[in-house]
Each structure stands twice: as structure tokens, then as C-alpha cells.
Design a protein around this ligand. Structure first.
Ligand code: PNS
Length: 175
């Protein structure tokens, strides 16, 4: 039996062109894709979950096959509630792999029906991360090649108020 519904979870703080590339690739493989925007307590976000959801909705347009929802709690509980047992994650570099592997296996342990599928973005986007985009934006650099227009505008307005990006993590993951 084929699977027609998948979840693409992430922090998306903010969504980048790399994320959008994965969304469009996943959408070609599945009839329906739920982009699940997580409240991640380990990361303090620049944008609220509502802002992040709105930016993704604006960026994907009116494709009825894509819905954007907030993810509170465990991904496996969300997957059961949505009856969607395929999780999409993007893999950009080897540095992503360890965390992604741990997460995929933990999710499968928690919900044996859950499968994780890794997609690789267009190579132009392999260096992109939300964390780096925020840093470039905060320091006044041009982010237009890296994020969709609604995000460019919101980053400008966030940083014109002198806000900090609230995420000083220097971990190895591209984030
Ligand atoms: O974009 P990110 O920050 O790499 O995404 C990580 C995310 C949101 C996919 C992950 O933290 C997650 O699934 N959070 C939901 C809570 C959960 O289920 N945690 C256990 C995962 S093993």
C-alpha cells in the first residue's frame, strides 16, 4: 500500500529557501504534506510559532496539498493524531547525520510505524541554515538570496528594532 501523507517537522526559525526546496520535493512524492512547526524549548526562537507558520504559508502559496500546523509535544503523538506515519527531514551535510539518525531511531522506537525519509536539497542550499541567515540579517547583510520575500521583510523589521536573535548556539549542527 502506498503512503500518501507525510509530515515535515522543524523549527523553521525562519523558513529558508533550503526548507522550501525540501517542501517542494516532498510534495512531489506525497499527495499531502503537513509542515509541522515545533515549539522547541531547547532553542529560543527569534519568531513566534504563529509568525513562523504565517511565513511558511505565505511562501508556499495556495497549494491545497500543503498544510502548516503547530507541533506541540512529541512528534510521534502528532503523527498518530494526523494519521501520517512518514517523516521528512532534510540532510545537508555529514554534520546533520548524527542528530538525524538519533531522532529517526528514537521516533521509530516510540512509534514503530513511523518511517523517516531523508531528502537532500538542491546543492546551492546545502550551506544554508536558519541560524546563519539570522546572523547575516542581524548584522545588516543581504538575506534576499537565502529566504523567501516575506521572511526578508520580517527579518528586517525584527532587526530594525534592535532585537537580538535569541539563539547564540554555536553547536556543530547547521540548525
Ligand atoms: O529544525 P529542527 O530544530 O532541527 O527540528 C527539530 C524537530 C522539531 C524536528 C525535533 O526537535 C522534534 O521532532 N521536536 C518535537 C518533539 C519530539 O518529538 N522530540 C523527540 C524527537 S526524537
Amino acid at each position: 500500500m502506498g503512503v500518501s501523507r507525510a509530515i515535515y517537522p522543524g523549527s523553521f526559525d525562519p523558513v529558508t529557501l533550503g526548507h522550501l526546496d525540501i517542501i517542494h520535493r516532498a510534495r512531489q512524492l506525497f499527495d499531502s504534506l503537513i509542515v509541522a512547526v515545533a515549539e522547541n524549548e531547547a532553542k529560543s526562537a527569534l519568531f513566534t510559532a504563529e509568525e513562523r507558520i504565517m511565513m511558511i504559508e505565505e511562501a508556499v502559496g495556495d497549494d491545497p496539498g500543503i498544510t502548516v500546523k503547530r507541533l506541540d509535544g512529541l512528534l510521534v503523538d502528532f503523527a498518530r493524531a494526523e494519521e501520517a506515519f512518514v517523516v521528512i527531514r532534510g540532510l545537508r551535510a555529514v554534520s546533520d547525520f548524527e542528530f538525524e539518525f538519533q531522532m529517526a531511531l528514537m521516533n521509530r522506537r516510540l512509534e514503530p510505524h513511523l518511517e523517516t525519509i531523508f531528502l537532500t536539497p538542491q546543492e546551492d542550499y546545502t550551506f544554508l541554515s536558519s541560524r546563519i541567515v539570522k546572523e547575516v540579517g542581524r548584522l545588516g547583510g543581504d538575506v534576499t538570496p537565502f529566504v523567501p520575500t516575506p521572511v526578508v521583510l520580517r527579518l528586517k523589521s525584527k532587526f530594525s528594532g534592535g532585537a537580538s536573535d535569541g539563539n547564540s548556539s554555536t553547536g556543530q549542527r547547521l540548525g
